[in-house]
Each structure stands twice: as structure tokens, then as C-alpha cells.
Ligand binder design. Structure first.
Ligand code: HEM
Length: 240
């Protein structure tokens, strides 16, 4: 359950309490996702002189820090001891410093908080609090799909044109994946790296939880090749 409080409404407003109660009852996690350039604006998002770089760099993590502190400081994790909380897409590098600061201030500014059962850092490390780590902040796994399908030959990245459509019913869920390229070796290289046959012994993490069901490779000759076969003149490429 994603909670968005309108600007000016604190996350521990009594009007939101039924949501937390329901989430605990239904075993749903409450996740807080910060926004910067669209409502509900992150705190500071409106105070960054329309500078997207400042909004993303400063307002985004600050909103995550505020949301996380507001939820834990509200005592909601005491009132619903099975409730899972998550702070998404606001970075994570700040978490250790923030836990130490919240612990310190939960002592020194105790009067601003309800009686908490634990130190703020104990809720964070207690197994019910989650925070996402974005790829730019960490090292990308060599098994990540993007690592396996980003292939360079002679210093140049091999490009393909991709399209995929998800499908599903109650029995089966999947993805139709279609790719186009003037050069079929690109697929072979990528598929080899995905399925662990490219020689480095690594396979794509995607293949741990998805299974290829069928596949096909088609050659579509160019219009000029077809015209040449039947003796027609070269196709005119429409241009300006
Ligand atoms: C289970 C099937 C697959 C899934 C769910 C999947 C999913 C994805 C996703 C989510 C991305 C990132 C998209 C983005 O950030 O814009 C991606 C990128 C890509 N995928 Fe797949 N993919 C699948 C199969 C394949 C196959 C079979 C190939 C090649 C034969 C392939 C080649 C690529 C390439 C080249 C990219 C772009 C990498 C880059 O950003 O440089 N994918 N795929």
C-alpha cells in the first residue's frame, strides 16, 4: 500500500491511522515513495528554484528521511507490531547517519515523541523495515540482466531494437519478447551470455525465475533484395 499524504498533512495524522490498521490486518506492507517534480511534492521540492538537479539530489532523499522518521517516530510500528514499512527510491547512503541521529534525538527531544518501545535504529534493523537501493548507488551485479545483455565488440556496444508485451491468465504469465537487428550474431551473443554458454560461466539472474517456452529466428529481406529477385528497380526511400 502506497501512502500519499497531501502537502501539509503529517504521516501520523489520525485520518491515516485506519490505513495503517488495515494494512496490518491484511498483511500489506506500507511503502512510502517520494516524488519531486509532481504532487505530492517532496519537502524542499518547491524550494529548489525549479532546479531538477537540486530536487533529485536534495529534496528526494530529504523526503525519504522525513517519511521514514515520521512513521517510526509516530509509534505505528508499536501499535501494529507486524506492520512492514518501506522507503523507496530515496537513496540509502544516508541511512546509517540518519539512524544514529534519530536515536540521539529520540533521547534529547523525547517530549516530541510518543513513548516508543525501541530506539529508532532498532525498528530499522528489526526485520520489518525495508529500504530500496538504486543501482546508481551500488555496484551492478555481473548477473544483472543489463550486465549480461550489454555487449561491446571492438569498444562499440551492440544495439538491437526490442519490444516486449506481457501476457497472462490464471495459469500462466509471461512476456512476448521480440527483437530486430540487421545482424543475427547479436542475439546469439546476448542469449549465450544470458543462458551461461558464453564461456565466462555466468548466467543471467532473470533465467533463475523465468523459462523460455518457445522461440524463433526470422530473416526479413530488405525491400531492395526482394525487388532485385524479381527484377524490379530499387525501392525509392521516401525522403524530404
Ligand atoms: C524474460 C525475458 C526478458 C525480460 C523480462 C527482459 C527485461 C528487460 C528489462 C526490464 C530491461 C531494462 C529496460 C530499460 O531499463 O529500459 C531490459 C533491457 C534489455 N534487454 Fe531484456 N528482457 C528479457 C529478455 C531479453 C532477451 C532474450 C534479450 C536479448 C536477446 C534482451 C536484451 C535486452 C537488451 C539489449 C536490453 C538493453 C540493455 C541496455 O540498457 O543497454 N532481453 N530487458
Amino acid at each position: 500500500m502506497i501512502v500519499y499524504a497531501p502537502v501539509g498533512m503529517p504521516l501520523d495524522h489520525p485520518a491515516l491511522e485506519p490505513l495503517y490498521a488495515e494494512a496490518a490486518e491484511l498483511d500489506l506492507a506500507v511503502v512510502l515513495h517520494t516524488l519531486t517534480v509532481m504532487p505530492p511534492y517532496a519537502p524542499g521540492g518547491l524550494d529548489t528554484w525549479d532546479n531538477l538537479w537540486l530536487q533529485r539530489s536534495a529534496a528526494h532523499p530529504w523526503c525519504g528521511m522525513r517519511n521514514m522518521a515520521a512513521m517510526i517516530g509516530s509509534g505505528v510500528m508499536d501499535r501494529y507490531p507486524t506492520l512492514r514499512l518501506g522507503t523507496l527510491e530515496a537513496g540509502h547512503g544516508w541511512l546509517p547517519f540518519w539512524m544514529a541521529r534519530l536515536d540521539e534525538h529520540a533521547e534529547t527531544i523525547r517530549a516530541a515523541l510518543p513513548e516508543l518501545g525501541h530506539k529508532p535504529s532498532e525498528y530499522v534493523t528489526g526485520g520489518l523495515y525495508f529500504q530500496s537501493i538504486e543501482i546508481p548507488e551500488g555496484t551492478r551485479s555481473e548477473r544483472a540482466h543489463i550486465s549480461r545483455v550489454t555487449v561491446k565488440v571492438d569498444g562499440e556496444e551492440l544495439k538491437i531494437y526490442r519490444r516486449s508485451v506481457p501476457y497472462g491468465n490464471v495459469q500462466e504469465q509471461g512476456l512476448y519478447f521480440v527483437a530486430f537487428s540487421a545482424d543475427p550474431t547479436r542475439y546469439h551473443l546476448m542469449l549465450g551470455r544470458m543462458f551461461g554458454s558464453s564461456g565466462d560461466g555466468v548466467h543471467d539472474r532473470l533465467t533463475d525465475f523465468s523459462k523460455p517456452v518457445s522461440g524463433g529466428l526470422y530473416f526479413a529481406p530488405s525491400l531492395n533484395d526482394l525487388n532485385e529477385l524479381v527484377g524490379l528497380p530499387r525501392a525509392r526511400i521516401p525522403g524530404p
